[in-house]
Design a protein around this ligand. Structure first.
Ligand code: NAP
Length: 278
């Protein structure tokens, strides 16, 4: 590595499963940059020491994944999105100060923009399934895009109540039994649970009540075609998949570290798709 090589990494524990190196190293090669992106396995007890010496380790910044996304807020200067979501996944230096943001917010909305242009005009009311970390990013992204009513349906009601407390009256906690009623009014349905993911129970939901103009998005990307997306397509509904969000959330970090806004292309998608194939 020469002295001019710029470097970034993804910090997590465990970290081997991360697709981030595949995405960023593809862009590094495609744009002919003298740069490198690495995996860094960092145990929770070593996080503070690692992050506070990121620059000394040669890094211009980093992605942060499970289980460090919340803890990293206190180790950096979070922007509005990271603060609102309560978690950060991207770190970068600006004039010697370490900042953090949450790019799942724009990953979600940019993917919808690419897959279903004008989706927010159809959305009206949105229904979000789940109330974990990704649901917080999605709800915040919907609020940023002026969606006025977001029904949050979650197995543990306390967590959907917590989303209302965090984001205010645009969020309406709803129980699973009332799902058919809220679906009948929804223009957008988003799965932010882990249901439907390989190794997890399937997501059992009847899309029948959704209006024909509704858009269905799934954050789960393994498998790529989830049962939810297959059912939505079978009904002729517009869809946006989890892989698209994963690719779009990577754009901002790359730009912050390497100074160039990369493109999410069909070629990149095919590379990550092949890697995800069972
Ligand atoms: P999380 O914080 O652990 O939240 C998991 C959510 O799933 C919770 O709402 C949980 O409900 C619900 N859930 C889990 N098992 C359930 C079950 N058996 N029945 C009903 N609800 C259940 O996880 P997360 O970080 O939000 O991630 C959720 C999914 O999104 C994962 O599949 C992840 O891979 C995916 N994701 C994708 C992207 C992307 O870029 N495409 C980004 C982030 C996350 P309770 O609150 O009741 O436990």
């Amino acid at each position: 590595m020469s002295v001019t090589t710029r470097a970034a990494c993804v910090i997590g524990w465990p970290i081997k499963h991360s697709r981030s190196p595949l995405i960023h190293n593809h862009w590094i090669e495609r744009y002919g940059l003298e740069a490198v992106y690495r995996l860094e396995a960092v145990e929770p007890e070593n996080l503070a020491a690692f992050v506070s010496h990121l620059a000394e380790r040669g890094y211009a910044g980093a992605n942060v994944t499970i289980p460090h996304k919340e803890k990293v807020l206190a180790l950096s200067e979070p922007d509005d999105r990271a603060q609102a979501v309560g978690a950060a996944n991207t770190l970068w230096y600006d004039r010697g100060r370490l900042y953090s943001t949450n790019t799942d917010v724009e990953g979600f909305t940019a993917n919808l923009d690419a897959a279903v242009p004008g989706w927010e005009l159809r959305a009206g009311e949105a229904v979000v399934l789940g109330a974990g970390g990704s649901a917080r990013a999605v709800v915040y992204g919907l609020i940023e895009r002026d969606i006025r009513k977001i029904c949050v349906v979650n197995r543990t009601p306390e967590r959907s109540e917590a989303l209302r407390a965090r984001f205010g009256p645009a969020v309406e906690p709803v129980n699973w039994a009332a799902l058919p009623h809220v679906l009948a009014r929804a223009g957008l349905l988003v799965n932010c649970t882990s249901l439907g993911m390989t190794g997890q129970p399937s997501l059992e939901i009847d899309l029948g009540p959704l209006p024909t103009h509704a858009v269905v998005a799934d954050l789960v990307y393994a498998p790529l075609e989830t049962g939810l997306l297959a059912a939505a397509r079978a009904r002729g509904l517009a869809t946006a998949d989890g892989l698209g969000m994963l690719l779009h959330q990577a754009v901002r970090g790359f730009q912050l570290w390497f100074g160039l806004r990369p493109e999410v292309t069909a070629e990149l998608r095919a590379i990550v798709e092949a890697d995800l194939a069972p």
